[in-house]
Design a protein around this ligand. Structure first.
Ligand code: UGA
Length: 436
């Protein structure tokens, strides 16, 4: 009998490790597992880890839970409390730990430092790189290199930023528009590039600082674009124009395009606000005043005030007013409230003496002072004004006649241009959108 041929090497892909099971780490791990790799994830938070070990997702991220369950059952995905154990034998270790805002807009790299210390002595595969997936401002890799050296880890360092959007994280990992791989060690860069080749996306190979800057420049561009869109919307309001028609007219120009053009209450989330400030801080270290981005930050903040002003103008006084707040997440499709415009506006309303009653389909905990209610109608019932702050489809489906019937007042401020303004007006309510 002829013995069976050896399987193709591709059928035995090397094991990978991912440190940190947040949006980026989980989606990265699930993505690599679904490409056939064996992936071990290290997670320090015991609640998060406990949920994942039972194949439950500790975050709201559509579609990701099923893939985590499937890949865990197939034996390709496993979760560990001990990062060194997760990394044992790994051909590459991806760091996907939080890099929150530190002092003066700088970024706090201490979780990266802790992750590196936790990997000391881990039996990685020979020449396995440490791959930075977390967002770190340009120049950070030198600090991370030092952390590795201090931990006695000679591993090559690769910068491989993630561009996924929350709410569609797995799609961002499996269908990226590009993959950026920056590093000083060509073999390590090749290895990380090869891991991404099956995705079919263009691969940009570069030095580590450029890789870091690509990520921050992309986010700063998008934040600036949204600030521009909001400025046009505000101008349209002043002039009595319709921003929807104006932007549709702009979007036909292929140099502008139609994507990422929705005006709103200002950009938010865990990335844009932090990343734009980090870029300003990184430039300041080189005595460079990034005025453009300072204006973006200020203008974005003023956009929140405009929403509050629409409520104040429409109600006469906010003191004692009851506001039904629809949405707490920073955008629809996520449970993330980090730097959420909805939460920031709620804070300003509370400061002005208003009572805020909020509902969000994915967020259970309301911020301090805000009353969380179990459904949209409970938020709206008895309210003097309704504020649509997050673009959940179920808010668009609310029947304006029902809103009118349960509200005490008549004002509807739609900070996402989500509702059908004619239907709202037909129900006898006063509609205030953005730029229309
Ligand atoms: C953003 C980037 O889009 C990702 O490419 C990047 O990987 C990520 O940051 C990150 O650095 O980790 P994300 O924060 O998940 O992703 O959210 P987006 O969908 O980009 O929205 C950001 C903010 O812009 C939200 O507040 C959203 O409501 C707002 N936005 C977005 C608008 O106001 N209008 C739009 O047309 C689009």
């Amino acid at each position: 009998m002829v013995p069976p041929a050896d399987p193709e090497p591709a059928a035995h892909p090397p094991a990978l490790a991912v440190i940190g099971a947040g949006y980026v780490g989980l989606a990265t791990a699930a993505g690599f597992a679904s490409l056939g790799h064996r992936v071990a994830v290290g997670e320090a938070d015991s609640d998060r880890l406990g949920a994942l070990q039972q194949s439950r997702l500790p975050i709201y991220e559509p579609g990701l839970g099923e893939v985590v369950r499937r890949e865990s059952e197939a034996g390709r995905l496993a979760f560990f409390a001990d990062n060194a154990r997760a990394a044992a034998g790994a051909a590459a270790v991806f760091l996907a730990v939080p890099t929150p805002e530190g002092e003066g807009g700088s970024v706090d790299l201490s979780a990266v430092g802790r992750a590196i210390v936790s990997l000391t002595g881990a039996a990685l595969a020979p020449a396995a790189p440490i791959v930075v997936k977390s967002s770190v401002p340009p120049g950070s890799w030198r600090k991370i290199r030092r952390m590795l050296d201090e931990a006695g880890m000679p591993s090559p360092l690769v910068v491989n930023p993630e561009f996924l959007q929350e709410g569609r994280a797995l799609d961002g990992v499996l269908n990226p528009h590009r993959v950026v791989v920056g590093g000083e060690d060509p073999a390590a860069v090749d290895l990380v590039a090869a891991l991404h080749e099956p995705l079919g996306a263009p691969i940009v190979r570069t030095d580590p600082t450029s890789a870091e800057l690509i990520k921050y420049a992309a986010n700063a561009y998008l934040a600036t674009r949204l600030t521009f869109v909001n400025a046009v919307a505000n101008l349209a309001e002043d002039l009595g124009a319709d921003v929807g028609d104006v932007l549709a007219g702009l979007a036909h120009d292929p140099r502008i395009g139609s994507h990422y053009l929705t005006p709103g209450p200002g950009y938010g989330g865990s990335c844009f606000p932090k990343d734009v400030r980090a870029l300003i801080a990184a430039a300041a270290e080189h005595d460079h005043d990034l005025r453009l981005f300072r204006v973006v930050v200020e203008t974005n903040d003023a956009q929140l005030d405009r929403v509050v002003a629409k409520l104040r103008d429409g109600l006469g006084d906010l003191d004692g007013a009851v506001i039904g707040l629809l949405g707490l997440a920073f955008k629809g499709g996520t449970d993330d409230t980090r730097s959420s415009p909805a939460v920031a506006i709620a804070g300003r309303l509370l400061d002005a003496g208003a009572r805020v009653r909020a509902f969000d389909p994915a967020v259970r905990m309301a911020p301090p002072g805000v009353e969380a209610v179990p459904d949209a109608i409970s938020a709206v019932a008895g309210a003097d004004a309704v504020l649509v702050a997050t673009e959940w489809p179920e808010f668009a489906a609310l029947d304006p006649a029902r809103l009118a019937a349960v509200m005490r007042g008549t004002l509807v401020v739609d900070a996402r241009n989500l509702l059908d303004r004619e239907a709202v007006a037909a129900a006898g309510l006063r509609y205030r959108g953005v730029g229309r």
